[in-house]
Structure formats: C-alpha cells, structure tokens
Write a protein that binds this ligand. Structure first.
Ligand code: COA
Ligand code: NAP
Length: 263
C-alpha cells in the first residue's frame, strides 16, 4: 500500500510498546518503511530480537514488562540514547483470554488491567521527558470492548475503557506540546487476539455479524491509521479514539443483506 509519501517519517524516532508481534509489529514495520528509526519492546527477548530483525537493520528490539515502571522507563531511556528523542510512542501491549467473571480470579482480572491500562500509564508517564516536544504524537491501542460491554471480557472491557479516558486526560494535560490519540481496531485477521477471542466458528460468526464492511480487517489497515495519527495530516487531532474496525461498533450489521435486498 502506498498511501503516504515514502519519506514521511524520515528523521523521526518511533517506539512501539508491545511491538514484537501482530498489529503492533505491523505498525512498527510501516513506520520503518516510511523512514523512521524504530524500537520495539516485549517481554520475550528472543521475540524482540526477531521482530527488530524483521523491521530492519537499524531497528532495536528490547525486553521489558510494561507492568514494571522502572523496567519500561529504562528501556525507553536506552532507546532515546541510541536513536534520539522520541517523536512517536505507541502503547499496544495487551493480554487477553475469554473467561466469565466467576471463572476469573482476582489475579486474572488484575493481570489484564495491569498489562493494558497500567502498562499504558507507565509507557506514557515514563516517556514524557524523552519526547521531542512540541510535536510528539502518542497512540494507545484500545478496542471496542472499551465502549461495548462483552461477555467473558470484564477485564479487557475495564482496562480498555480506562485507556480511552487516560488518552483524553493526557490530551488535555499535555495538549500544547503533545498529541495523544487512540486506535480501536476491529477484528483483525491472523492475530493472536482473534485466535483467543474467536477460537471457533460460532464465535467468529458473532464477530462477523457486527461488521458493517463484512470482512475481517488487516494489520496493514491499522498501521495506516497509526501513520495518519502521527502525521502532519492529523496536526489538529488529539484526544480522539479512531475506530479502525470496518464499522464494528456502530450498530448491529447482522441483517445487512436484508437492507440491501430492499434497495
Ligand atoms: N481463564 C481464566 N484465568 C486465566 C486464563 C484463562 N484462560 N489465563 C490466565 N488466567 C489467570 C491465571 O490462572 C492467573 O491467575 P491465578 O494466579 O489466580 O491462577 C492469572 O490469569 C495470570 O496468569 P499468568 O499466566 O501468571 O499471567 P502472565 O502475566 O504470565 O500472562 C496473560 C498474561 C495471562 C494475559 C497471557 O495470556 C499473555 O501473556 N498474553 C499476551 C498475549 C495476548 O494475550 N495477546 C492478545 C492481545 S488482545
Ligand atoms: P499480540 O500479537 O499478542 O501482541 C501483544 C504484544 O504485546 C506482543 O508483542 C507481546 O510480546 C507484548 N506484551 C504482552 N504483554 C506484555 C507485557 N506485560 N509487557 C510488554 N509487552 C507485552 O496481539 P494482537 O492481537 O496483535 O493485539 C495487539 C493490540 O491490538 C492489543 O493492544 C490488542 O488489545 C489490540 N486489539 C487487537 C485486536 C485484534 O483483532 N487482534 C482487536 C482490537 C484491539 P511478549 O509476549 O513477548 O511480551
């Protein structure tokens, strides 16, 4: 896809927390393809090294747990030392599994909130003095569960709702210097998230029924949304959550064929 000019991010440094696989790795690769210096962080050091190699020769892949403020802060300091002050920071690390509230221990609930919500606080709180200001762009990866309650998803619903509000508060507090936005992907094909949330045909059909565009999303489509949010084209966009979901959250698309049949 050639949506943006190929040199759009030359001279920029981008850091992607949770960028060692899936959607976030796709975002990191797209930033690099547009000329950015890119670093990614995940817990598994081998996976981080493999991701960096996939992104490009100059990319960095470090290991840190976003739940540990000091560890993620140290990783970001090291990245800023090696690649320069940060222009773009993406917070996308997440954990998820299907479980009803009564099948979820207090630690299970806490674990997902800790990775998704507290992790996003740690990444954004920790990066502020490492940012190239004014002009830096922060992007949180949230999800539709933030606004639409979903069974078996109490932890993710609570965590992602918290992320959406954190995005808005950060946009208010850091407004003059830093833009802060979120991307809410819909069901994206070939991802760990979809493997976990739609493990069988019935679950896949339930997801599919909600999608106005009647297809799964692609990783590269979410990456393009991220490029938009950190580009000059979004220079007056802050505090918003951009749904990149084929219309999954706007209503019930299960009878879409009926509507088409009546035209
Ligand atoms: N149902 C109910 N509880 C579960 C569960 C499930 N399917 N999977 C894990 N848990 C519970 C564990 O039993 C544990 O609770 P306990 O101590 O009371 O037994 C708690 O969650 C933490 O599990 P643990 O495996 O110790 O956490 P971790 O920090 O090693 O891993 C996870 C975090 C569980 C979220 C793990 O799935 C992960 O690393 N996920 C990352 C990848 C991912 O989820 N990608 C999709 C993003 S949308
Ligand atoms: P994924 O491939 O599992 O990516 C998760 C990433 O986060 C990995 O790099 C993982 O690496 C890292 N990570 C997990 N826990 C971490 C921790 N504690 N500290 C640091 N890094 C950690 O998942 P995905 O499906 O692509 O999802 C990516 C993002 O999109 C998530 O925020 C998810 O909620 C959101 N999203 C996904 C979908 C979808 O359809 N997949 C839909 C809506 C929203 P390690 O395991 O090595 O740590």
């Amino acid at each position: 896809m050639n949506t943006f000019t190929p040199h759009l991010l030359v001279g920029k440094t981008a850091f992607v927390a949770g960028g060692t696989s899936g959607i976030n790795l796709g975002i990191a690769k797209r930033f690099a393809a547009l000329g950015a210096r890119v670093a990614v962080v995940g817990r598994d050091p081998d996976k981080a090294a493999r991701a960096a190699a996939e992104i490009g020769d100059d990319a960095l892949g470090l290991s840190a747990d976003v739940r540990d403020y000091d560890a993620i802060r140290a990783a970001m300091e090291s990245i800023a030392d090696q690649l320069g002050a940060l222009d773009i920071v993406v917070s996308g690390a997440a954990g998820n599994f299907l479980a009803p509230i009564l099948g979820m221990s207090a630690n299970a609930f806490r674990t997902v909130v800790d990775i998704d919500l507290n992790g996003t606080f740690n990444v954004f709180r920790g990066c502020h003095d490492l940012l190239n200001r004014p002009g830096a762009s922060l992007i949180a990866i949230t999800a539709g569960q933030a606004v639409n309650a979903a069974v078996l998803q109490a932890h993710a619903c609570a965590a992602k709702a918290g992320i959406n509000q954190l995005v808005r508060v950060l946009a208010l507090e850091w407004g003059p210097d830093v833009r802060v936005n979120g991307i809410s992907p819909g069901p994206i094909a070939d991802t760990e998230g979809m493997k976990r949330l739609a493990p069988d045909e019935a679950a896949q059909e339930a997801h599919y029924a909600r999608i106005a565009m009647k297809r799964w999303g692609r990783i590269d489509e979410v990456a393009e949304a991220a490029v938009f949010l950190c580009s000059p084209a979004a220079s007056y966009v802050t505090g918003t959550i951009l749904d990149c979901d084929g219309g999954s959250q706007i209503g019930n698309a299960s009878r879409i064929d009926l509507a088409r049949g009546m035209t």
